[in-house]
Design a protein around this ligand. Structure first.
Ligand code: SAH
Ligand code: SF4
Ligand code: F3S
Length: 470
């Protein structure tokens, strides 16, 4: 048994990461043929991509997928710790599963992902959720086949969570959720330690994949007909810093752009590490999508300092406008937290004024959620929940106004859309524009998912645009 420990997870000693190739344990391949799995993913794109690896590991063991957990022999929850509601959702599901296990004692239940890295969660499972058969963490996902096998063979709860990141494992099998758009990890972990955030504890130190591993993965995706890659990391702008003296996200983006894949995206960008070179490269290549997710979190420099974000409102705005001025037609989206401890009405108005100035194309807005073990828990928080709720609504009104206003500007324009699928209505399709806007459109001639087509925009809504193929 290995239990997670935050103190260890926090430590950032200098360490060389070994790059190792994943080796499938052939002795258990197909051992569970005929059994069915249900996998639920709660978190961010990184969590989703982990699930794509998990699916492949399970299929190698012989499992087949079902979409209804009532029909499954194995239910695995790939969890997220970012806010309390993600946490509650997973525990809610465990409650339902307890009931199901009462009816079907042979059901196997597993938990993985970021919540598995939390000592308090694992303790709760040990104490009160004895029916959970196995738990593994984000750092040892590749061990899933053996942990699961052992849990079944020995019929004993297996808790195997490493507090510290280990080797960089390459060559994990993957079953991608989409045939045309792929996630590609470029950097794992986070060293920023924003005071509210749990990710540095659940995902470990920032460590970049070797550039040749990334390039090879993208080349294979191109051979397989992929039209779009999204380079993933908690902070992609830190790419390469731990590995190379002189090779960063700008260089990587450029190298991938020259491979001629139609669309390249990347997320998330922390304003801190954004260099001029990166901005220039994004502007220079037409296959690097003009769409940047640039979380601001707050418009008050006082709150930003308490959050440990290491920029001010002014320096954020300077970067924001540099990107807007350098990358033609760029769309910028953001994340904002309201109700951080110490945020008063004046601070909140600074956030509103920033949102008015930036006129974001999209924004994910949250109420601060206390995460056990993070420094923000120790700050005094005098704002009543109903005031926080009201701030969230006021903020949403402002950001929504600009989503619509920006979308309206696109009426009459012809946009390139990567077709994702057919809608239920006749001759209706949907897909995403270069600036990542959802486009619903009609086409008399039949088109295939994965094509990039030109769509004339007829009318704009807050969250999507309607158009017609041209
Ligand atoms: N690495 C990304 C963010 C990943 S988490 C970045 O730094 O930009 C996604 C978003 O969740 C964050 O941008 C933040 O807005 C929100 N978030 C993180 N921790 C939170 C918390 N404790 N309470 C509320 N929102 C939080
Ligand atoms: Fe969390 Fe900050 Fe790291 Fe983003 S940069 S994952 S918000 S600690
Ligand atoms: Fe959640 Fe972990 Fe992602 S906490 S947001 S799944 S990195």
């Amino acid at each position: 048994m290995h239990l997670p420990d935050y103190k260890e997870a926090r430590s950032r000693t200098k360490k060389e990461y070994r790059r190792i190739d994943f080796k499938q344990d052939k002795t258990i391949s197909n051992k569970y043929r005929g059994m069915k799995y249900f996998l639920k993913t709660y978190g961010c794109q990184m969590n989703e991509h982990d699930s794509e690896n998990i699916e492949a590991l399970l299929v190698n063991l012989g499992f087949t997928k079902v979409l209804d957990y009532n029909l499954a022999d194995l239910v695995l929850l790939n969890t997220c710790s970012i806010r309390e509601n993600a946490h509650n959702k997973a525990f809610g599901m465990l409650g339902r599963l307890k009931h199901l296990k009462g009816e079907r004692p042979e059901l196997i239940i597993g938990l993985c992902g970021c919540m598995a890295q939390e000592a308090s969660v694992v303790q709760e499972i040990l104490n009160d959720y004895k029916f959970v058969n196995f738990v593994f963490g984000t750092h040892n996902l590749y061990q899933l086949p053996n942990i699961l096998d052992k849990a079944i063979k020995e019929n004993k709860q297996q808790i195997e969570v490493f507090s510290r990141e280990g080797d960089l494992v390459e060559g994990l099998p993957v079953i991608r959720a989409n045939k045309y758009k792929a996630f590609v990890n470029i950097i794992y972990g986070c060293d920023k330690f924003c005071t509210y955030c749990i990710v540095p504890y659940t995902r470990g130190r920032e460590r970049s994949r070797r550039r040749e591993d990334i390039i090879n993965e993208v080349k294979l995706l191109i051979e397989d007909g992929y039209q779009e890659v999204t380079l993933l990391g908690q902070n992609v702008n830190a790419y390469g810093k731990d590995l190379y003296d002189n090779y960063n996200l700008g260089d990587l983006l450029e190298e991938i752009a020259l491979l001629n894949i139609p669309r390249i995206r990347f997320m998330t960008s922390h304003p801190w590490d954004f260099t001029d070179k990166m901005i220039d490269v994004i502007g220079k290549y037409s296959n690097i999508m003009p769409s940047v997710h640039l979380p601001v979190q707050s418009g008050s420099s006082k709150i930003l300092k308490l959050m440990g974000r290491r920029y001010t409102k002014e320096s954020y705005l300077e970067l924001f406008h540099k990107i807007k001025d350098t990358v033609p037609g760029v769309s910028i989206s953001t994340d904002i937290i309201v109700g951080f401890p110490g945020e008063d009405e004046e601070d909140f108005r600074e956030t509103l004024s920033l949102a008015e100035e930036c006129k974001y194309d999209n924004a994910f807005t949250f109420i601060f959620s206390e995460r056990e073990g993070t420094p923000a828990c120790k700050l005094v928080d005098n704002t009543p929940p109903e005031v926080k709720e009201e701030r969230l609504q006021r903020l949403n009104q402002v950001v929504n106004k600009y989503f619509l206003e920006n979308n309206k500007k696109l009426e009459g324009e012809v946009l390139k859309v990567l077709v994702e699928g057919v809608s239920l209505k006749k001759n209706m399709y949907y897909g995403y524009s270069e600036t990542n806007k959802l486009i619903n459109f009609t086409s008399e001639k039949e088109i295939e998912a994965g094509e990039i087509v030109n769509v004339k925009i007829k009318s704009a809504k807050t969250w999507s645009l309607d158009g017609e193929i041209v």
